[in-house]
Design a protein around this ligand. Structure first.
Ligand code: IYR
Length: 327
């Protein structure tokens, strides 16, 4: 796979393609980052962007993980004390998950976000940003029902992080895209370049295939799950024999989360996927790429129950090293 394909595989969106091509042509020494609010334990959403960081490391990028303690505080996730403890635990889990420690720089937001120059630049960007724009940027990130002043400052700080961490590529899930668009529009006002961004897909709710999987509601998979928890959750997942399920009667879009997890979590990390089946049911099935697994599910060659059994095993293997760090 060439560098551009590796950088962009499984991305929902890159902004812009030309900018990413330029980075791919000369990726040595380039820096990419993702920021995470330290909160709870590592879950499948964190793991999806972490997979992208692992791809980027393979493509020669230096990777920065921002443990965004100040952002978590502004978003009402607890006291600084609690948030910092969580950040420490998350760092260990990221390393256990497979981020190469020697190639990854972990930074706490509070290490630079309280510096005078950062705060003055923050105020300069505040002058350029309407409240309604900041509010829109936070629509899929904020916790709680109303938008606080703290949550309006949050996306502006996120824009500034790209400058202060000196990164060439900002990574995030699709829920971060409006913050990144805000950054592209406002950073030139303080004489900084519009940042290049890459957004990863969101996985649908495991039980229903509707909306996005979230740790605050519905079923999610996290490093806290035991092997049995994972089996139960995956066995209860929505998995019709298609990658393109019909919308619900109310017209809500649905995805196949089992296939999504194979595509975005399993195939990027395992060269070959084996679905174990007793001989009387045709014996094991082996796949070198996601597309052939999807085709077999659609044709009926692969039964959803067998796909789920294999998915639970692979997820357990990905989660096991991080699970040990929680105990
Ligand atoms: N908004 C992210 C956390 C975050 C991301 C980046 I990239 C930052 O520079 C700062 C914070 C979240 O929703 O977790």
């Amino acid at each position: 796979m060439d560098a551009y394909d590796l950088i962009t595989r499984n991305a929902s969106e890159v902004v812009t393609e030309d900018e990413v091509r330029a980075l791919a042509d000369d990726s040595e020494g380039k820096r990419a980052y993702v920021g995470y609010e330290p909160s709870g334990v590592l879950h499948i959403g964190h793991m999806l962007t972490a997979n992208k960081l692992i791809d980027l490391q393979a493509a020669g990028f230096k990777v920065v993980v921002l443990l965004a303690d100040v952002h978590a505080y502004l978003n009402g996730k607890g006291t600084f004390e609690e948030i910092r403890q969580t950040a420490e635990r998350m760092k260990e889990q990221f390393i256990a998950y497979g981020l190469d420690e020697s190639q990854t720089e972990f930074v706490l937001g509070s290490e630079f976000q309280l510096d005078e120059s950062y705060v003055l630049d923050l105020h300069a960007l505040e002058l350029e940003t309407t409240l309604s724009r900041a509010e829109r940027a936070m629509a899929e990130i904020k916790s709680g029902d109303s938008v606080t002043v703290a949550q309006a400052v949050y996306p502006i700080m996120q824009a500034l992080d790209i400058v202060y961490l000196d990164v060439d590529l900002a990574i995030g899930g699709m829920e971060q895209r409006k913050v990144h668009m805000l950054a592209r529009d406002t950073l030139p006002s303080i004489n900084e370049d519009a940042p290049t961004c890459l957004h990863t897909p969101l996985i649908a709710d495991l039980g229903s295939g509707i909306g996005k999987m979230s740790s605050s509601k519905g079923v999610t998979i996290s490093m806290e799950d035991s092997t049995e928890d994972i089996e139960d959750k995956v066995n209860g997942a929505f998995c019709p024999p298609t990658a393109d399920p019909e919308p619900t009667d109310d017209g809500e879009e649905r995805e196949n989360p089992v296939l999504q997890i194979f595509e975005y979590h399993v195939f990027p990390r395992f060269e070959r996927v084996v679905v174990e089946r007793p001989d009387q049911y045709g014996g094991n099935l082996e796949y070198d790429d996601y597309e052939s697994l999807e085709a077999d599910l659609e044709s009926g060659e692969l039964h959803p129950a067998d796909a789920k059994g294999a998915l639970a095993d692979y997820l357990d293997e990905l989660i096991a090293p991080g699970r040990e760090k929680i105990q």
